[in-house]
Design a protein around this ligand. Structure first.
Ligand code: G3H
Length: 518
């Protein structure tokens, strides 16, 4: 019965029909698109199609599972390109020219990339288009920002010394974007790294791999040999052995803490890898007793359920003052029941299939654990699974004995906790392993500012009557404790990929004329 949610072939918009599978058996290796003699991984869409009373899975194609030897080949190529004179020694204008060429051609791939983002990751059409556009804007603005940074490299004279502070690259960078933003968060890491003169090993995310297929052709045609190499496959066969060589200088990674730890520990000298990390989060929303429920309910539900809650910056637990708790539960429930559940192309859809099958089982265990410990399921289909759907679930009566209280669900479960004393949510934040963001909902600016003054030391961003989010991309996106390391924004990402070097001497004619030549 619930399967009415899945489409018949005829229901799929004509422009989104998959007419041919993508059998990706090549990668970008040492400047060439090389056919790999290796195992291939089938890519199956989370979207199934109805055939009578049956659901039939859609095979989208396959991608390579690179092996140890191929991974080391990619490393050797990236390392030669860094040590040679093909990239870091070129002018910044040359590197900008390469990035612009890449970007011009990338912009033309919108339809095919968005289509695969829908089929592989089930991102709603509008959000998939936004992700693509945001990537373009991020790269465009990074180019402008890089020009500004370079223009500030002037001779400086202090206390009898003259010197030039130079923006040199860190070295060989591994860049790994996540499956929930496989385009935006992959290219907003690797392109700034390249602009600065680093060379990059780019690891393709586990889900959302085929959508890179045409993009890597552009990387091949836009950048010199070895400057960027592309890795497909399992970390244990590829990134771990690369790390074990000790040749990696920097890890730029967006994803789960669980996967990053073994990578870092594989490096023989883990202390010397620079890390730029966007990791797990358990962002709370605190709802104060005096707030305007009509306005905030929509914002909270959007914050918790956009893209099924599969955003690192999603609101993952709500603390509501007991004075408004029951009313808030009722209104959030009503708002959740209004959310459209369907295919990524369904108009105004909010809940789509979950791209990671294991996540669905994990959500079920969190749900059952909470229910066994006294949580109340408020939503009609809460806790139900239908093939790749997990129905949006509002759990009230949540307390600290439940796993959902501390574990990051990364899915459409919305837990809500009652508090009487503001100390309770503040202690939660202080004791939390994570510290990415928080949202405060209320009308009393004096009270909110007092809370924000405390919370600024706990989280990377305090949102006022607004959902947690990364954008606008000019703001630093960062996390404290286990939520991240380093800072992402158009300006700060570039700076993360820079290692300053200084050329300086006593202030005299020889020093000055030397510096003028650099
Ligand atoms: O998954 C990472 C972040 O959620 C990206 O930022 O979803 O606020 O745009 P955003």
């Amino acid at each position: 019965m619930l399967n009415k949610i899945y489409p018949n072939l005829i229901d799929i918009p004509q422009n989104l029909i998959i007419d041919k599978s993508i059998e990706q058996n090549t990668t970008l290796l040492n400047g060439k698109l090389v056919k790999l003699e290796t195992d291939l991984q089938d890519v199956i869409s989370p979207i199934a199609i109805k055939h009578g009373t049956e659901l039939k899975s859609i095979r989208l194609g396959s991608h390579p599972l690179m092996n140890h030897q191929q991974a080391i080949e990619a490393l050797n190529s990236t390392s030669s390109a860094f040590n040679g004179d093909t990239w870091k020694n070129k002018s910044s204008n040359y590197r900008i020219k390469c990035v612009k060429e890449f970007l011009d051609n990338f912009s033309k791939l919108k339809d095919s990339v968005v289509k695969m983002l829908i089929w592989e990751n089930c991102k709603p059409l509008q959000e998939a288009e936004n992700e693509f556009q945001r990537t373009i804007e991020y790269i465009e603005q990074s180019i402008e920002e890089y020009k500004k940074i370079e223009s500030q490299t002037n001779i400086q004279n202090y206390s009898g010394f003259s010197g030039k502070i130079l923006n040199t690259p860190i070295g060989i960078v591994i860049s790994m974007g996540p499956s929930n933003y496989p385009i935006y968060e992959s290219y907003s890491l690797c392109i700034p790294a390249l602009l600065i003169g680093n060379t990059v090993l780019m690891k393709i995310p586990r889900y959302g791999s085929l959508l890179h297929n045409q993009i890597i052709e552009l990387l091949q045609s836009s950048f010199p040999k070895g400057v960027i190499n592309v890795i497909y496959g399992k970390n244990e066969d590829t990134i771990n052995p690369i790390m074990q060589t000790g040749e990696i200088d920097m890890l730029a990674y967006m994803g789960s803490n669980m996967f990053v730890e073994p990578l870092i520990l594989s490096h023989p000298k883990p202390y010397r890898i620079k890390k730029l990390l966007g990791l797990d989060a358990k962002n709370p929303a605190i709802v104060l007793k005096d707030c305007d429920l009509d306005y905030i309910v929509k914002e909270i539900v959007l914050g918790a359920l956009a893209f099924n809650g599969q955003r690192c910056a999603a609101i993952k637990i709500i603390f509501a003052h007991s004075k408004i708790y029951d009313k808030l539960v009722e209104e959030i429930k009503n708002e959740i029941e209004k959310q459209i559940i369907g295919m990524p192309w369904t108009e105004d859809v909010r809940i789509t299939p979950i791209f990671d099958k294991n996540r669905i089982l994990y959500l079920k265990t969190l749900f059952e654990d909470a229910m066994n410990k006294g949580a109340i399921n408020n939503t009609t289909d809460g806790g139900k699974i239908n093939h790749t759907f997990f129905y949006p679930t509002l759990l009230s009566n949540v307390n600290s004995s439940m796993r959902i209280y501390t574990e990051e669900q990364f899915g459409p479960i919305v837990p809500i906790v009652r508090f009487d004393d503001i100390k309770e949510p503040l202690e939660y934040v202080q004791n939390s392993e994570f510290g990415q963001q928080i949202s405060i909902f209320g009308n009393n600016s004096k009270e909110i500012s007092k809370l924000a003054s405390f919370l600024q030391y706990q989280c990377g961003r305090v949102n006022i009557n607004t959902k947690c989010q990364r954008g606008p991309d000019i703001f630093p996106f960062t996390g404290k404790k286990s939520s991240g390391m380093g800072e992402l924004s158009i300006n700060s990402t570039l700076k993360e990929f820079i290692a300053h070097s200084v050329v300086a001497g006593k202030e005299n004619d020889i020093t000055l004329s030397t510096l003028e030549r650099i």
